[in-house]
Design a protein around this ligand. Structure first.
Ligand code: NAD
Ligand code: IPM
Ligand code: MN
Length: 352
């Protein structure tokens, strides 16, 4: 397998350097060899060369890589975030990775920040967010008038089209069916944004093809409330690009925080882009304190997607074991460093 690696900015290179040996350990234990091709793109490269993601590099990724593994992008020295837009959004759009799959699974009961409803309630949070990844507000369409004056006006266009809304909704139903889920929740704000009505129409139409799955609708504000009140009831949430971005950080926090949240950008049959949900965390950068588990679990999603299910399970189990013995970074209350946690997980992934 040949994997293109964009470590990126801030804690990106730290969690990537920690995660790759753990992923290798799980792969090698299953007889799989991974060839990592490190690419230099990120803020440093942009600031020194003016390049974000050159066309040639994009074509190589598209034509030669089995997947892309990305750390994080975002740097205070690039306040306009041009490089992240070209590299991260660029790869999502140009590779047409229309499914942003963000699972929220409680890997250890102590990680949930919510108080239980009763003494006996054992929380079992396990849902997946399907975030549309190729349109919505993320196209960045719009206009600016009278910039820098008291009459400044900025207009952002939110785009929802039949084929793109259809395919993400269908992907969510397909995954639900394949994974034995009974309920899908559609989130939008169609009471205020009429463009969101297309989602409800297509959700109902496509839902008819899946009679075993109960489709329900929530306005996103009420959904956010309900995710906190009773996260157990959700199985699959499907929503647009911006709302999915926001809900996935909320979902992450329900199960232990951004240090544990993995994600995959997918187009079935094509090379995917795998990245933790978290960003470059400039506040933690260079301190050896970043939690590498999100990157390692993201490696697990990548191995599963590439068909190496035993390696994926080994990574998942090793992370669960690390959590149960308290081998964690400070965000989870532990005192281990990024590399200590990752090395421990690598050693256990080898044995699993
Ligand atoms: P962030 O996710 O970087 O950090 C939010 C909070 O979570 C911070 O307190 C941070 O310390 C903590 N955190 C994040 N990852 C952690 C980890 N692995 N271990 C422990 N704690 C962790 O979000 P932000 O501060 O809003 O953004 C910082 C930069 O990252 C911005 O430039 C933003 O645009 C970018 N960003 C990039 C991506 C990406 O590349 N996929 C995702 C989100 C944000
Ligand atoms: C994410 C990030 C990105 C997004 C940013 C950095 C462009 O927040 O992957 O969740 O908004 O999609
Ligand atoms: Mn985000």
């Amino acid at each position: 397998m040949s994997i293109a690696v964009i470590a990126g900015d801030g804690i990106g290179p730290e969690v990537v350097a920690a995660a790759l040996p753990a992923i290798d350990a799980a792969a090698n234990a299953a007889g799989v060899q991974v060839e990592w091709k490190q690419l230099p793109y990120g803020a440093d490269h942009f600031l020194s060369t003016g390049e974000t993601l050159p066309d040639q590099a994009f074509r190589e990724i598209r034509d030669c890589a089995d997947a892309v593994f990305l750390g994080a992008l975002g740097d205070p020295r690039v306040p306009g975030n041009e490089h992240a837009r070209d590299i991260l959004l660029g790869l999502r759009f140009k590779l047409d990775l229309y499914v942003n799959f963000r699972p929220c699974v409680l890997l250890h009961p102590d990680l949930c920040p919510l108080k239980s409803n009763s003494q006996t309630l054992q929380r079992t949070i396990d849902f997946a967010i399907f975030r549309e990844n190729t349109e919505g507000l993320y196209l960045g369409r719009g206009s600016v008038r009278n910039e820098g004056t008291p009459e400044e006006e900025r207009i952002a266009e939110e785009v929802h089209t039949y084929p793109k809304v259809s395919r993400i909704i269908r992907a969510a139903f397909e995954w639900a069916e394949a994974n034995g889920k009974n309920r899908i929740t559609l989130a939008d704000k169609s009471n205020v944004v009429p463009a969101h009505k297309l989602w409800q129409r297509l959700f109902d139409e496509i839902g008819d093809d899946y009679p075993g799955i109960d489709g329900e609708h929530r306005y996103v504000d009420a959904l956010a409330m309900e995710m906190v009140r009773e996260p157990e009831r959700f199985e699959v949430i499907v929503t647009n690009n911006l709302l999915g971005d926001i809900l996935s950080d909320l979902g992450a926090e329900l199960v232990g925080g951004l240090g544990l949240a993995a994600s995959a950008n997918l187009h079935p049959g094509r090379a995917g882009l795998f990245e933790p949900v978290h960003g470059s965390a400039p506040d933690l950068s260079g301190k050896g304190m970043a939690n590498p588990m999100a990157a390692i679990l993201t490696g697990g999603l990548m191995m599963a997607e590439l068909g190496h299910h035993s390696s994926a399970r080994a990574l998942d189990s090793a992370v669960r074991e690390a959590l149960s013995v308290g081998m964690t970074t400070p965000d989870l209350g532990g005192s281990a460093s990024t590399s200590e946690v990752a090395d421990w997980i690598a050693a256990h992934a080898r044995e699993n």
